[in-house]
Write a protein that binds this ligand. Structure first.
Ligand code: NAI
Ligand SMILES: Nc1nc(O)c(N)c(N[C@@H]2O[C@H](COP(=O)(O)O)[C@@H](O)[C@H]2O)n1
Length: 255
């Protein structure tokens, strides 16, 4: 399953303080915990803070070394979470391809999809069939009838109450609580833009670690920005390290 390089012992020492405390865990018993999972926010951006060239486009920003870092982080989290915009735009694998990672090391892909827009034939589902990843959990709003078509056996639909504003919105605390109740003790939130911006602007308390890869390029004005609607106080416990051509910045958000 490996597609990436192993990180050096110096890389691992750098990342150590930002990794969930107890490493990979896969006890998925229901009601395992009422405690919120250790939550990491991690993504790659350009020097102008953009995460993809245009809405709905997949853009490779991380070089091979920082891509290895992402897979090392995936190895150390119980779940990876993305918004449905990312699931549709990127058709991602959302598995761990770090050297030595086996099926039992795989994180649980979680797709936040209140209106059940995501299809069933994506990459992440194909990998379940090939034994290279876990069945994704799709978080859908209660009573959304499109969800009925999703239970293909390779997807598990979880329902959650959504605030019905202009578009349905789950409270992030409820999302994390529902994952904790299913045995998830650490979750790596990868994006996309609306997820990152919402969490940074409104839910800093829920984030335990931030790990951002900065690629030495500019994507320009039409690109999708990781830029919260309001200013966010500077991170604390900040460290950075070069991974290939990229800078990786880690820190914590002041509570
Ligand atoms: N460079 C990087 O590291 C990454 C880049 N991306 C890029 O981001 C772009 C996608 O970003 P977006 O279009 O903003 O999509 P997104 O992935 O943030 O998904 C947005 C959708 O997710 C759902 N959602 C998000 N938060 C919710 C909440 N609290 N409650 C209920 N539903 C919620 C809504 O349906 C919303 O429309 C893609 O181009 C992708 O390539 C995505 C992840 C990482
Ligand atoms: N770390 C990182 N660097 C980039 O350059 C990226 N474009 C992303 N995107 C995120 O990774 C997902 C793709 O995962 P797979 O390789 O298909 O498993 C994508 O959906 C984004 O969440 N990340």
């Amino acid at each position: 399953m490996s597609e990436t390089l192993s990180l050096s012992s110096e890389d691992l020492a750098f990342l150590g303080p930002y990794i969930p405390p107890s490493g990979p865990q896969h006890s998925q018993e229901p009601n395992a915990s009422s405690k919120l999972p250790f939550t990491s926010l991690t993504y790659a951006c350009s020097l102008d803070g953009r995460i993809s060239l245009a809405p709905g486009t997949r853009t490779a920003l991380s070089g091979p070394e920082s891509k290895s870092l992402t897979h090392y982080l995936r190895l150390h989290h119980d779940a990876i979470l993305v918004g449905v915009g990312t699931a549709i735009a990127d058709n991602p694998s959302l598995n761990c391809r770090y050297p030595g990672a086996a099926l039992e090391d795989q994180p649980r892909p979680v797709i936040v999809d209140p209106r059940a827009r995501w299809g069933r034939d994506g990459e992440v589902v194909r990998l379940v069939g090939e034994g290279k990843g876990l069945e994704p959990w799709v978080l859908v709003g209660k009573g959304v009838k499109e969800a009925a078509g999703l239970g293909s056996g390779r997807v598990e639909v979880l329902t959650l109450d959504a605030a019905m504003a202009e578009s349905p919105h789950f409270a992030w605390r409820d999302v994390l609580k529902s994952l904790a109740m299913r045995g998830i003790r650490s979750v790596m939130i990868e994006g996309g833009a609306s997820v990152i911006n919402d969490l940074l602007a409104n839910e800093r308390d829920l984030i335990d670690a931030v790990i951002v890869t900065v690629a030495p390029t500019w994507l320009g004005e039409g690109a999708v920005a990781a830029s919260p609607a309001k200013s966010v106080a500077a991170m604390t416990d900040v460290k950075w390290r070069q991974f290939g051509a990229d800078a990786v910045v880690c820190g914590r958000l002041p509570k």
